[in-house]
Design a protein around this ligand. Structure first.
Ligand SMILES: [Mg+2]
Length: 190
């Protein structure tokens, strides 16, 4: 079932996310990946662009939370100029970390948007907890071998996505699975 890995939205960069549209969809918070989503992989600090964008997110009334598989140090350093809630070593696509982020924000997971550059971590994890998932095109093309290999598979899934995204049956199947999956993981958390 490829639908598990389909994003709800694909954008070229975080700046292209229409915050008003998210609010109209009932979204109240954002769960954000760092590497290759907010900044290039080896950029230590949040850039001025990112700081300004986070301010815009907050001004729009949306609550941001960092959710990263990176180390504690990487996340703390990056977050020093942002000072927003942050989770490091999230083990994405573990649903637990996505639910934890929603809990920190105090928002039901189906009212949260998960934003990231990888289908099998950011998008799959967000889908499993019934978040609205937004795939951002990776900032940097230079990636480690493992990620490069995953990109090949991602391209295959994205080709399926462009074929099926307007298919009603596929969308209903995906929405049902997302809902069921979130119920399952929320229940197992308790
Ligand atoms: Mg990433």
């Amino acid at each position: 079932m490829f639908e598990k890995f389909f994003p709800d939205l694909i954008v070229n960069s975080i700046q292209d996310i229409d915050l008003e549209d998210l609010k109209e969809r009932g979204i109240k918070g954002l769960v954000l990946d760092i590497d290759n989503t907010l900044v290039a992989q080896f950029t230590k600090d949040a850039s001025v662009d990112v700081v300004e964008w986070i301010e815009k997110v907050k001004a729009a009334g949306l609550l941001p939370c960092i959710l990263s598989n990176a180390s504690e140090k990487r996340v703390i350093d990056f977050n020093s100029s942002l000072s927003i809630p942050a989770i490091h070593r999230a083990y994405k696509p573990s649903p637990r970390s996505f639910l934890r982020a929603a809990e920190i924000l105090g928002i039901e997971s189906n009212r949260v948007a998960a934003v990231g550059d990888q289908l099998f971590t950011d998008i799959y994890g967000g889908n499993r907890t019934n978040m609205f998932t937004i795939l951002v095109r990776p900032i940097d093309k230079k990636e480690i071998l493992f990620v490069k290999l995953k990109r090949h598979v991602e391209r295959f899934v994205l080709a399926k996505h462009s074929k099926l995204k307007l298919n009603k049956h596929s969308n209903i199947k995906r929405a049902k699975w997302k809902e069921k999956s979130a119920v399952k993981y929320s229940a197992s958390k308790k």
